[in-house]
Design a protein around this ligand. Sequence first.
Ligand code: NAD
Length: 484
Amino acid sequence: MITTTIKRMQNNIHGKWVDSRGTEVESIPNPATGETIAYVPISTKEDVDLAVQAASTAFDEWSLVPVPNRARYLYKYHQLLLENKDELAAIITAENGKTLKDASGEVQRGIEVVELATSTPSMMMGDALPNIAEGIDGSIWRYPIGVVAGITPFNFPMMVPLWMFPLAIACGNTFVLKVSERTPILAEKLVDLFYEAGFPNGVLNLVHGSKDVVNGLLEHPSIKAISFVGSEPVAKYVYETGSANGKRVQALAGAKNHGIVLADCHLEKTVQGVIGAAFGSSGERCMACSVVAVEEDIAEEFINLLVAETRKLKVGDGRYEENFVGPLIREVHKDRVLNYINIGVEEGAQLLVDGRQPENQKGYYVGATIFDHVKPDMKIWQDEIFAPVLSVVRVKNLQEGIDLTNQSKFANGAVIYTSSGKNAQIFREKIDAGMIGVNVNVPAPMAFFSFAGNKASFYGDLGTNGKDGVQFYTRKKVVTERWF
Ligand code: NAD
C-alpha cells in the first residue's frame, strides 16, 4: 500500500479519470536523479474492457460527425498543444531524461502530426471514374474502421502517441491508447488537452499498464486495428497475435541505423551530423545512427575530429542547457549498455571514447562512447544497443559500405555523407532502408510522408503518418453504379 503524496496515475475512460481495477503499481523514477515522481497502475483486462466499451459507444456518433467538423476539433487541440509546448517538453525531460532541447524538438514533431490530421477532409477523399461502362460510374469511398488501439514505447512519449490517435480520430475512429509504463505521465496531459479541445467523451481512452493490457487489446473482438511502436521481439509478437485475431496491424520495430561517410563529404558538418544522430537523446531513438562506415581515405581524419568533438559533450541532467547527453531510461538499461561496452572490448573493437564512468553517478548515465575497427560479426555491430554507443567500421568504397549495411537484420534508416550526387543516387537505389538521408543527421520523415522501416524494423504493410496513415485507419468501399 502506498502512503505518499506522490501522484498515483489513473486511466481515462469515457473522458473521466478513474482508478484502475487492478492493485499493482510501478514507480516512475526521474532518470536524471532516480527519485520517484509518480506511480503508474498496471491495469487489467477488465480495465481494457471498460475502455473498449467506452470507445465502441462513442464510435456510433463520432463516426457520423462530418469530416470537416472532426478536423475543427483538431484545430483547437493544435492550438492548446502550442500553448502548452514548454510544459509538455518539461514533462518529457522529467520522465524520459532526454534534454529539454531534444524534448522540445519532440513536442514540435508531435504537433506536426496534428497539423497533418487537420487535412483529413482532403486526405480521406476517394476516387471516382465516370462512364466505366455504358451508363455506369465507378468510385471508391473511405470509411472509419471502428475502435483502434495504440501501444507506444518509452523513447517518444509525445511524438509516437501523436503518430496514432489524431489521424485515427480525424478519420472517424475512436481510440484506446496504452503508453509505455516507463513514461506514462505525458499522456495524461495529452488526454487533458484533448478533452479541453471539446472532443466528445469516449473518443480517446487511456489505459496504463504492460503486457496484460497489450494482450487484452490484441484479443478484444471490438478492436479493429492496432498501431504498435516498440522493440523488435514485441513488434513481431503484436503483429502475429493481432493478425491471428483478425486485426489490421502496423508494428514499427527496433533498428540499427547506419551512416556511410565518403571521402568527398564536408568533414566538419558530417562529424556534427553523426554526433547529433548518434548521441542526441542519449541514442535512445529508433533513428539513431549507431554504426558509421567510413571510407578508408578519410578514416583517420574523420575519426580524429569525431573523437575530439565527442569528448566535449557534457553528460548530465537534461534540464540544464550545458548537457548534451542525458540519462538512460532505467538502471537496468544502463547495466545492459555497460555490458555491451564490455562485450565490444572483449570482441576486439578499439574503444576510443569510453562513456562508462561519467562524472554524475546519481541518475542512469552512460556517456558518449565510440568503438573503432568494429566488424559485422561482433554483437556491438549487430544488436540494437539503444544508447549513446557508436561503432565505426572502415570500408574501401561506397559499394563495400552499402553491402555491409545491407547485412543488418534491421532496415529502418540510413544516411550517406557525400558531395557527389551520383554517389547519393547509387546509395538511394541500392541501400535497404525504409527512410534514407543524404547529408542530414536523422532522416526522420516529416508527418506528411509515411514513416516505417524494412526487414526486422517493421511488421506490416502501411506505415504511420502521411497517406499510409489515412489508408491504415480507413476501409474502402468500391461502388459500381447504374441508374435507370
Ligand atoms: P518495448 O517493446 O519494451 O515496449 C513497447 C510497448 O510494448 C510498451 O507499451 C510496452 O508496455 C509493451 N510491451 C513490452 N513488452 C511486452 C510484452 N512482452 N508483451 C506485450 N507488450 C509488451 O519498447 P521500448 O523499450 O519502450 O521502446 C524502445 C524500442 O522501440 C526500441 O527498440 C526502438 O527502436 C523502438 N522504436 C521504434 C520506432 C520505429 O519507428 N521503428 C520508434 C520508436 C521506438
